[in-house]
Design a protein around this ligand. Structure first.
Ligand code: TYD
Length: 219
């Protein structure tokens, strides 16, 4: 992507992090900056973003029938919602040259179902790849903070009943955090980690700065 042809091929950027890490806020900030600069932006969230995906979201998060869900079922449901989102929404948007900001993508499955729920790495990788097909993120922004701080933020919001995924132990969210940091260590080109305990505006500036370096200052 160059300044002259900024959206020739589109761009897929995913945001990852544990509960309360500020993904939604930072996505809004980056989207506003990109739109101000003239880019065409699409925001997606997971699970959801399609009619099928929203129904799957309900089962995963709120339905009574979700209570006895096994980790294997959970993995397949997250992957199913994503498979639909990729083909129904993300592929056409990329083809149209848009910048897509994903509020979670396949790394959430790697970390929540693979690491925190201790499912074996191999089937998680295979199922993840099958669900997204060729669409790996160009860049993944990890918002990192201690789980205690994130959960405190979620509770302070107090606008929703805790959903099934928010009722896990602190160890679960510690594993999630570690899982993300390990991914970033393994593949520093694809991931950038931002300290999400900093003020919102500072994180916003850091993300924007890196976005410019990666995509707007190359040629
Ligand atoms: P959501 O309400 O969208 O919250 P958040 O602001 O934390 O993204 O809830 C999504 C929940 O589902 C969250 O607890 C993470 C979890 N999740 C997985 O376990 N695996 C996945 O593949 C995805 C996409 C989400």
């Amino acid at each position: 992507m160059s300044a002259e042809h900024p959206q020739k091929n589109g761009l897929l950027i995913s945001f990852e992090g544990s509960e309360g890490s500020g993904k939604t806020t930072q996505i809004r900030c980056l989207s506003a900056r990109l739109e101000d600069a003239g880019y065409d932006v699409l925001i997606t969230r997971e699970p959801g973003g399609t009619e099928i995906g929203e129904q799957v979201r309900h089962i995963l998060k709120h339905a009574d029938s979700g209570r006895g869900m096994t980790p294997e079922t959970e993995l397949l449901l997250f992957a199913a919602a994503r498979a639909q989102l990729v083909r129904e929404v993300i592929m056409p948007a990329l083809d149209a040259g848009r910048i897509i900001l994903c509020d979670r993508y396949l790394d959430s499955t790697t970390v929540y179902q693979g690491v925190a729920r201790s499912l074996s790495e191999e089937p998680v990788t295979v199922i993840n790849r099958f669900a997204v097909g060729p669409l790996m993120p160009d860049w993944t922004i990890i918002l990192d903070l201690p789980p205690e701080v994130g959960l405190q933020r979620v509770r302070a919001r107090g606008n929703d009943l805790p959903d099934r995924m928010e009722e896990e132990s602190i160890e679960f969210y510690r594993a999630v955090r570690e899982g993300y940091l390990l991914l970033a260590d393994d593949l520093p080109d694809r991931y950038s980690v931002f300290d999400s305990e900093q003020p919102v505006e500072l994180i916003e500036d850091e993300i924007w700065e890196e976005m410019q370096e990666r995509y707007f200052r190359r040629d």
